[in-house]
Design a protein around this ligand. Structure first.
Ligand code: MN
Ligand code: MN
Length: 318
């Protein structure tokens, strides 16, 4: 269950209204790398994790809940940045009144002009945040990645945290407000913290590569296709050992010739690897057994109950 605490996780403040920046900040409210996406991604992932991995479920729910707390901070900040606008929109009786806002320099027209950067603030939301990005695109569940496998989901989350972090970094270039900057730096830093939590959690699942259960075909796992003419860039992605499987990269200089000579890769002989099709199949069976047994052992047959209610706490309430 959720329980709402009225105080924000971080003491969000603004020095003065700034409708333009409010509009940009919508990116972190209803945008593809924003706080709602993060919150709902970890929340959605947590269900598949609950019974086999109660520790990861706990972490996903804690971080999801923190992301909802960030969403609340971003929404509150957007609202404070729009404060002059909301007041003016309610001023339907006296159209001629000049508002004194923005340090007393700007009038109603200036404020409305600023807010026109995102007309929906005026025409749709009445001067409040909406689940849209800074361009007005509606939030969509397509932003949420949940694939029911922690070796995949935790990697999706590290990517999500990287993107959330860089968006805060870019946004910081567009406000001088020391209070807003303080809030954005807090939010940005939390994404750096989350990245490391997901990475540490992934490390506890071994083996975790390749993502999922099924092993990769050793005939194709270490070939690099030189798919262009001209100067060739070489680096650890196509020479030396591959970082995860430790196979030696095989550089295919002339992919057209190679594909034709190997009958469309069917006759391609694996080199630079100790793995064989048989050993890969064995490994797949082994991990398959390990993972499915873990899940089966954790999920009771027949009757099932999601939560346990501690005796002491219920007794106290009675
Ligand atoms: Mn966040
Ligand atoms: Mn985060």
């Amino acid at each position: 269950m959720f329980y709402h605490v009225k105080e924000l996780q971080f003491n969000a403040r603004v020095s003065k209204p700034d409708p333009k920046f409010a509009s940009m900040l919508l990116e972190q409210f209803g945008g593809p790398n924003g706080e709602l996406k993060a919150a709902l991604q970890y929340f959605t992932q947590s269900f598949a994790a609950k019974q086999p991995h109660p520790d990861k479920y706990d972490m996903l729910m804690d971080i999801a809940t923190e992301e909802f707390s960030h969403l609340e901070i971003v929404g509150a900040t957007i609202q404070m940045l729009l404060d002059g606008v909301t007041g003016e929109l309610k001023n339907v009786a006296d159209k001629s009144e000049i508002m004194t806002l923005l340090d007393g320099k700007a009038n109603k027209e200036a404020m409305i002009h600023e807010a026109m950067v995102n007309p929906q603030f005026l025409a749709v939301s009445g001067g409040g945040p909406q689940l849209r990005d800074s361009q007005g695109n509606p939030w969509t569940a397509n932003y949420v990645n949940a694939n029911g496998d922690l070796t995949v989901d935790l990697r999706s989350n590290m990517a999500a945290e990287s993107r959330a972090k860089i968006v805060y970094e870019y946004l910081l270039n567009f406000t001088d407000d020391p209070y807003v900057r303080e809030t954005l730096k807090f939010l940005m830093t939390r994404e750096v913290a989350h990245f490391q939590m997901f990475e540490a959690a992934l490390e506890t699942i071994q083996p975790n590569f390749p993502p999922g259960v099924r092993q990769s075909d050793p005939r194709y796992s270490n070939t690099y296709f030189n798919m262009s003419s001209g100067a060739e860039a070489r680096g650890p992605w196509n020479e030396g050992k591959s970082p995860m499987l430790g196979e030696t990269w095989q550089y295919v200089e002339d992919p057209i010739k190679h594909v034709i000579d190997s009958n469309g890769m069917l006759d391609h002989k694996p080199t630079g690897t100790d793995r064989t099709m048989e050993s890969a199949e064995e490994k797949t069976k082994e991990i398959s057994k390990m993972r499915s047994e873990k899940i089966r052992a954790a999920i009771p047959k027949g009757e099932n109950q999601w939560s346990k209610y501690p005796e002491s706490r219920t007794a106290k309430q009675k």
